[in-house]
Design a protein around this ligand. Structure first.
Ligand code: PFF
Length: 445
């Protein structure tokens, strides 16, 4: 079953950029600010940072090592280590989670494309009107999903790596410019305070669950995307420094996005707890007040759409790698079938933004609307649950000793103590902490 000619990333930097491309996306610029807004601000940010360091980075290293060791998709990777038994269900869960997240991720990414047009043409409709219009909602959704499928069809190296190379530096620069503008707006201090000065009384079980879920979502963990990307890494890549670089750049971009949104939000007197519409309501406000705001706005939404694309391809790639490796489908068939599935699953989410009152008002687990509910169940819960089982699988079943051998490959002895810490985190800290955090789900019921 050894697959010949499995493609690989073109270079170490190519891999880091592609993995950062997967991590950096709507999670940083759309989901992080609104989740921070809903969960009280700075205290949430602090818990989030702790989650990234203590849970996120160790799980990221674990996923990459399993991928590189087995050179397979998540289902195949688990089967390579344990050929029989129920562990492989974890791989299937990853494939399903990827497609379901892709279904609503493409809708939000479609809003971004819509906002390129809207900013350019100075359309005055507000966000609520924009998303309730089924023509634009479905049109942009289909365009974005189609783009994702096109890139995935192109294959790992050509498709995925090339896009990531130019994007990250540009996104960084434009965010920096926007921060400088936002923090100088009159009334911005209140936003900076909300975002950066923590009120610890706001930390509850629900906050911690939201922060951990956000860390998994933002770092593309818990569903095997990083196993899949790891399977294309050349042997001599340093997994520890790569994972740390990816996590740091991802976190930096999220923190920067907050520094744009919250000062501008408070300056405009808007509410931080307004849910998924947050950045789409605030950003146009910023652009309308800025000199050359139209150009900056159009450019920003283009970059955001590309950032979303380098993430959505990893959501689809997990399923495609599985279907190609395990079902022996061609890349084209796998991409078409799974892309179509994502479209069908996305229909109720697209209708849940005001067009269908049934899907818009559905209430479950403290969330309202089909898209929000699915985002909670798959974007937070399934990823975090996947992370729990993965850390048990890698720490105990495959075993941290064997995983450490894989991680140590080509590294010098100085890394030994780092690996000791990693083993401890992946075997004890990750499973125990994630387990207790997940218990909070039952509080929400
Ligand atoms: N990390 C991406 C983002 O922050 O936008 C979303 C994502 C991609 C989540 C891939 C999970 C995943 F496997």
């Amino acid at each position: 079953m050894i697959e010949e000619q499995r493609s690989q990333w073109g270079s170490k930097l190519g891999f880091i950029l592609a993995a950062s491309g997967s991590a950096i996306g709507l999670g940083n610029i759309w989901r992080f600010p609104y989740t921070t807004g809903e969960n009280g601000g700075a205290a949430f940010v602090l818990v989030y940072l702790i989650c990234v360091v203590v849970i996120g980075i160790p799980v990221l290293i674990a996923e990459l090592s399993l991928g590189r060791h087995t050179q397979r998709n998540p289902v195949g990777a688990i089967k390579t280590i344990v050929p029989k038994g129920a562990w492989k269900i974890l791989g299937y869960l990853g494939v399903i989670t990827g497609i379901v997240i892709l279904s609503y991720y493409s809708i939000v990414a479609g809003w971004t494309i819509g906002y390129i047009v809207k900013t350019f043409t100075h359309t005055t409709s507000d966000f609520g009107q924009f998303i309730a219009d089924p023509k634009s909602e479905f049109g942009y959704f289909i365009v974005f999903l189609g783009l994702t499928m096109l890139v995935v069809l192109g294959g790992v190296k050509e498709g995925i790596e090339r896009w990531s190379k130019i994007l990250m530096p540009l996104l960084f620069l434009i965010l920096l410019g926007l921060i400088l503008f936002a923090i100088t707006l009159p009334g911005a201090e209140a936003g900076i305070k909300f975002y950066l000065s923590p009120d610890f009384s706001k930390i509850t079980g629900k906050t911690i669950l939201a922060a951990l879920g956000q860390a998994f979502f933002s770092l593309s963990l818990g569903m095997g995307a990083m196993i899949t990307y790891g399977s294309y890494i050349p042997k001599n890549t340093n997994l520890i420094t790569s994972a740390t670089t990816v996590a740091l750049s991802d976190t930096l971009i999220a923190i920067m996005a907050g520094l744009v949104i919250f000062p501008a939000l408070f300056a405009a007197g808007m509410s931080p707890a307004q849910g998924p519409g947050l950045v789409f309501n605030v950003l146009p406000q910023i652009f309308s007040q800025m000199p050359a705001g139209t150009i900056v706005g159009v450019f920003f939404f283009i970059l955001l759409a590309i950032a979303a694309l380098t993430s959505s391809i990893s959501l689809l790639e997990v399923g495609v790698a599985w279907a190609v490796d395990e079902l022996k489908l061609t890349r084209t068939k796998a991409t078409l079938a799974l892309g179509f599935a994502a479209f069908i699953i996305g229909i109720p989410s697209a209708m849940s933004q005001g067009y269908s009152s049934f899907f818009s008002n559905l209430h479950l687990l403290g969330k309202t609307g089909f898209l929000d509910i699915v985002d909670f169940l798959f974007g937070s819960f399934a990823l975090t649950f996947g992370g729990l089982i993965l850390s048990i699988f890698i720490g105990w079943k495959w075993g941290s000793a064997k995983a450490s051998d894989e991680i140590m490959y080509g590294l010098d002895k100085n890394y030994k103590p780092v690996l000791k810490i990693w083993s401890f985190l992946i075997r004890f800290v990750c499973p125990v902490v994630i387990f207790f955090v997940l218990l909070n789900i039952f509080e929400i019921f």
